[in-house]
Design a protein around this ligand. Structure first.
Ligand code: ADP
Length: 400
């Protein structure tokens, strides 16, 4: 059974083809710069060198046709015929309160996702463009939507309602949704497997730290709280996103600098966080380097990030009535030895003690706490594409 996983952004399509008989990926790639000059597809048959082809790619439909051509290519392809494809799984950012799990996509689902466009104006239109393009190109292949927000739909109301008048929730669905759900789900459940314990018995704090970062409290395998909110801006500071703020700051800046909502959005999403504080870069590697050579603002950005994550771990330990494991994932969580060490420094009072030797790894699964640490600390590389492929396979079984 072969499943194609698509992650469609506004100007890009990431793809991966899975053989679900053994859950292996046989090809992956990226279509970039859709609709702008210099568009290209980078295709990688697993085990071979990647190949790059420049082409005019005005829209998602052309992008998807190129993906299918690459998969069928005589030299670099992995399919003899499109008949081998069983289904397509799509990453979709926002499903609002509509879907708490993955769904087979039909007209009603598309309408529901369109209703969620105001909640994710940058992401959902691109995800929908990918779904619609795929439906045009291969109308007979079933498609499944897997949502970033779905895993967090189990949060209790007191964790997701904001302290503004309740009618804003009723009218505009203003509430905490949370994101990176597929990743928090995957790494928490994988951590339980690594620890050899039922996930139902565990209280886990998952730290997804990449360009965007979010922390989640996963109790008994379900999300009970998470640091991102109505949008992916709040929580800890990120590459260019601000993280938690006093909301009154917005009106203050509007009054002081006469900024309109668009300008404020730009600052909160693109000019803040690690970049805005350090003035060096949004990339933590550059900031770590600058801090080491004495750049004080780079050090401040690092300190803010590590302190912020540590505070969330403490808060979520309290929310869950204790903690059994802390899991690090995504670019920073999987690779930054310094970030993990500094975040966990001072968590011994919770029973979480990192082992510096074991922590000296990048990008692979490992338990990095000391043997007598009662809270286990793990690195688990995330695999959102595999979750999407698994859910797609699961939906196909239900359809039969
Ligand atoms: P995205 O959210 O875009 O998927 P990633 O998960 O790829 O992002 O994470 C990107 C972040 O990971 C960047 O801040 C980058 O600096 C950081 N990162 C990657 N490798 C390392 C490393 N070896 N040391 C420190 N940070 C790293």
């Amino acid at each position: 059974m072969k499943v194609l996983v698509l992650n469609c952004g506004s100007s890009s399509v990431k793809y991966q083809l899975f053989d679900m008989t053994n859950e292996s990926a046989s090809a992956k790639g990226l279509v970039e710069r859709i609709g702008i000059a210099g568009s290209r597809i980078r295709h990688n048959k697993v085990g071979d060198e990647p190949v790059v082809k420049n082409a005019e790619i005005p829209n998602h439909k052309v992008a998807i046709k190129l993906v299918l051509e690459a998969l069928l290519d005589n030299e670099h392809g992995v399919l003899d015929s499109l008949d081998e494809l069983t289904a397509v799984g799509h990453r979709v950012v926002h499903a609002g309160e509509k879907f708490a799990c993955s769904v087979h996509i039909n007209k009603e689902v598309i309408d529901a996702l369109e209703e969620c466009v105001p909640l994710a104006p940058l992401h959902n239109p691109a995800n929908l463009a990918g779904i619609e393009a795929m439906m045009e190109v291969l109308p007979e292949i079933p498609q499944v939507g897997v949502f970033d927000t779905a895993f967090h739909q189990t949060m209790p109301d007191y964790a997701y309602i904001y302290g503004v008048p309740y009618h804003y929730y009723e009218t505009y669905k203003v509430r905490r949704y949370g994101f990176h759900g597929t990743s928090h789900f995957y790494v928490s459940h994988r951590a339980a497997e690594i620890l050899g314990k039922p996930v139902e018995d565990l209280r886990i704090v998952t730290c997804h730290m990449g360009n965007g970062s979010s922390i989640a409290a996963v109790k008994g395998g379900i999300s009970i709280d998470t640091s991102m909110g109505f949008t992916p801006v709040p929580g800890v500071i990120m590459g260019t996103r601000a993280g938690d703020l006093d909301p009154q700051l917005i009106t203050f800046l509007q009054e002081q600098d006469g900024m309109d909502p668009k300008a404020i959005n730009h600052i909160l999403n693109k000019e803040s966080g690690i970049l805005g504080i350090s003035g060096v870069s949004s990339d933590l590697r550059d900031v770590e380097e600058a801090a080491e050579s004495g750049n004080k603002r780079a050090l401040l950005a690092e300190n803010m990030l590590y302190y912020g994550v540590r505070k969330y771990i403490g808060a979520y330990a309290a929310a869950m009535g204790g903690i059994d494991a802390i899991v690090f994932t995504a670019g920073i969580g999987e690779n930054s030895i310094t970030a993990r060490a500094r975040i966990c420094d001072g968590l011994a009072f919770l029973g979480a003690v990192i082992d510096p030797e074991k922590n000296n790894i990048r990008g692979k699964e490992a338990v990095i706490s000391t043997d007598d640490s009662s809270v286990k600390i793990l690195v688990v590389p995330t695999n959102e594409e595999l979750v999407i492929a698994r859910d797609t396979k699961g939906k196909m079984a239900e359809l039969k």
